[in-house]
Design a protein around this ligand. Structure first.
Ligand SMILES: NC(=O)c1ccc[n+]([C@@H]2O[C@H](COP(=O)([O-])OP(=O)(O)OC[C@H]3O[C@@H](n4cnc5c(N)ncnc54)[C@H](O)[C@@H]3O)[C@@H](O)[C@H]2O)c1
Length: 404
């Protein structure tokens, strides 16, 4: 890691290269670590940007907008917006990039970075789980377009690159209408691959660690074929993404499309939907409200959590790479859910209790990415410590607390 990316520290960054630590030791080391990421991205890809510049996009109130929490009103005064600075690129260097699902959690952070890089960005979203708020700081910018559209229906546009994210990602949302989730993954991906074929655009699919199911191999390498229940409650998402991968590689083989597949492991950060039941946002919001933290099962199931800006770096580096096979993007630091609940309780509100609820069906017991491929082909590994990520996310949700 570039030392300039961290504040002075004797400890280094998030990705620990040393011998594996037990989760508990890792967590306590993490919690005391002083080194903090202050820059994200890479000069090589034109993505390098001070973290504070990104923080302004989700922590500061936008000018021209006044929220009166007492009366619960919001006033848009119509004054001219000042947009965040974007890089000045020559027309021939500026790409037109389509981001499906760009109003969602991951998509909106990706859009921020692609915009700051100086590209033209078109967001396609049906706002099922995404929100205009997440990208409103770009509305009206000459390089930005927002289209309300469902990817299940075909869409025509001229583009150079497609980041195909559109798909609800949290269990309550993808299980709300399982048939629609399958349609989004299958028909939506066919439509976007068809668009990539017609425009000869580079295509990147955001797949998921869920394609490994409840894995029998640990940690999970990209060569592992998975252990998925095809008819369980998670199948609409897991199998939908597996077919989306199948389609992507079929188009690559049959139609010579230039494709990338990211298998994303649990990711968290600002702009997560506070109602979507994902574990990190759930715990933080419960702790901020002074409610019990609810752990499903005993809490000994493990997860590996990466901070959003690391994922965005990984996605852009993958698009720029020659990696034509699936690539895991995740933070290999593995924690039990109970340890996570404890650290969030200790960070946010020591008064709250942690309670156990019955476990959910087909909940994977262990999750940890093997990121050798990402290191080798993308020169990527996560920089953020889990602790820094949690602190940043708590700051974001604390600011929203009045609205929660
Ligand atoms: N966040 C994670 O931890 C994680 C992990 C693995 C994979 N992923 C993948 O990353 C992508 C983004 O996930 P996220 O966490 O930002 O989820 P999200 O729910 O916040 O965002 C998904 C976006 O897609 C939009 N969308 C859903 N269905 C659509 C449709 N039919 N047409 C158009 N837009 C539609 C939603 O409105 C939303 O804006 C998803 O493909 C997800 O499977 C995320």
């Amino acid at each position: 890691m570039d030392s300039a990316e961290l504040e002075a520290s004797s400890h280094g960054g998030a990705s620990r290269e040393q011998a594996p630590l037990s989760p508990r030791t890792a967590l306590s080391q993490d919690a005391t670590k002083k080194g903090r990421v202050v820059y994200v991205g890479h000069d090589k890809f034109g993505t390098r940007v001070p973290l504070d510049e990104l923080r302004k996009l989700y922590l500061n109130e936008l000018p021209g907008r006044v929220t009166d929490h007492e009366r619960r009103t919001i006033t848009y005064d119509g004054s001219l917006k000042k947009y965040p600075p974007v890089r000045l690129l020559r027309n021939c260097d500026r790409k037109r990039i389509l981001v499906t699902g760009g109003a969602g959690f991951v998509g909106s952070h990706l859009v921020d970075r692609l915009m700051i890089m100086g590209n033209e960005v078109v967001v396609l979203d049906n706002f099922f789980t995404g929100r205009k708020n997440n990208i409103e700081h770009w509305l009206g910018h000459p390089n930005f377009e927002l289209v309300r559209h469902d990817v299940v229906d075909p869409f025509m546009i001229e583009v150079d690159e497609i980041y195909h994210l559109a798909c609800p990602a949290s269990p309550p949302h993808y299980q709300y209408n399982p048939i629609k989730t399958v349609k989004t993954s299958v028909m939506g991906t066919i439509n976007m691959l068809g668009l990539a074929k017609r425009t000869k655009a580079k295509f990147l699919l955001t797949s998921t660690s869920e394609i490994y199911g409840d894995p029998k191999e640990h940690p999970q390498k990209e060569t592992y074929w998975g252990h998925v229940n095809p008819i369980g409650p998670r199948a609409c998402y897991d199998e939908g993404k597996r077919v989306a991968e199948t389609l992507t590689f079929a188009y690559a083989k049959q139609e010579k499309l230039d494709v990338r597949v990211a298998r994303i492991f649990n990711t968290f950060g600002p702009r997560m939907n506070e109602n979507d039941g994902r574990v990190v946002s759930n715990f933080i919001i419960q702790a901020l409200r002074g409610e019990d933290l609810t752990v499903y099962g005993e809490g000994d199931q493990t997860r590996s959590f990466q901070y959003i800006h690391d994922l965005v770096d990984g996605l852009i580096q993958l698009m720029h790479s020659k990696a034509h096979e699936p690539v895991n993007l995740g933070n290999p630091d593995e924690y039990t859910i109970m340890e996570f609940a404890e650290i969030i309780r200790d960070t946010v509100n020591k008064e709250v209790r942690i309670v156990n609820l019955p476990s959910t069906t087909d909940d994977p017991q262990r999750r940890r990415p093997d990121i050798t491929r990402a290191k080798t082909f993308l020169d990527w590994s996560p920089k953020f410590s889990v602790m820094q990520g949690i602190e940043e996310t708590v700051e974001y949700f604390s600011k929203l607390a009045n609205d929660l």
